[in-house]
Unconditional design. Structure first.
Length: 202
């Protein structure tokens, strides 16, 4: 809900409120992609050595910061830096979430059921987020709704930290991590299109 609703409003915000040109939007897309690629390996090392749950929590914090900064500072440079931070935050959860769940549940033979359920709820959340944040942005304004999404993401990370246990890793390797661009090919078909990114399940 948070990701898809945020991306819907952010796409309009960058083009209308921030007044970015097509060239600037493409530069933001490229910068975010480069940041994601560069941090895939370091994020994987953090997940496997420090802990997968900690990597997921770090992703929430970084992502919440990037989301809030996007709505607070409409300048091109700061928007590009915020989107680069968003790309970095993605790498801390891509692969780590499935690995953490596998360790916590300790039933590898049933993980396909969890992944299938995730996909179903992702589609539901995507539609609900698009409608909810679209209506909220129309009632209030786009910058406020963007910042609210960031605050809610931080609260979600706080709840995740308190509600879910850490799992002891039984392997030193993560499942194959995917970049935002790769994920766009197999994630929910109703996810909002963005010229520079897609989004994970949150």
């Amino acid at each position: 809900m948070l990701h898809h609703g945020w991306w819907l409003v952010t796409s309009l915000y960058m083009a209308i409120d921030a007044g970015l040109s097509p060239a600037q939007l493409l530069l933001i897309a490229a910068a975010q992609g480069v940041a994601s690629i560069l941090f895939e390996v370091p994020a994987g090392v953090v997940a496997d050595t420090v802990g997968r749950k900690k990597a997921i929590v770090a992703s929430h914090v970084l992502m919440a910061t990037a989301m809030a900064v996007t709505g607070l500072f409409p300048g091109f440079v700061l928007l590009m830096l915020a989107q680069m931070l968003w790309g970095i935050s993605w790498t801390f959860t891509s692969g780590s979430d499935v690995a953490w769940a596998t360790d916590a549940i300790d039933r590898p033979d049933r993980m396909h059921l969890l992944i299938a359920a995730q996909a179903r709820w992702q589609m539901i959340g995507a539609g609900a987020g698009i409608v909810a944040f679209g209506v909220f942005a129309a009632i209030v304004d786009r910058p406020t709704s963007i910042v609210c999404a960031g605050v809610l993401m931080l609260l979600l990370g706080t709840w995740f930290t308190a509600a879910f246990p850490s799992a002891s890793a039984r392997t030193t390797s993560r499942p194959h991590s995917v970049s935002p661009a790769e994920a766009h090919a197999w994630r929910s078909p109703i996810a909002p299109s963005s010229c520079w990114s897609s989004s994970p399940s949150w």
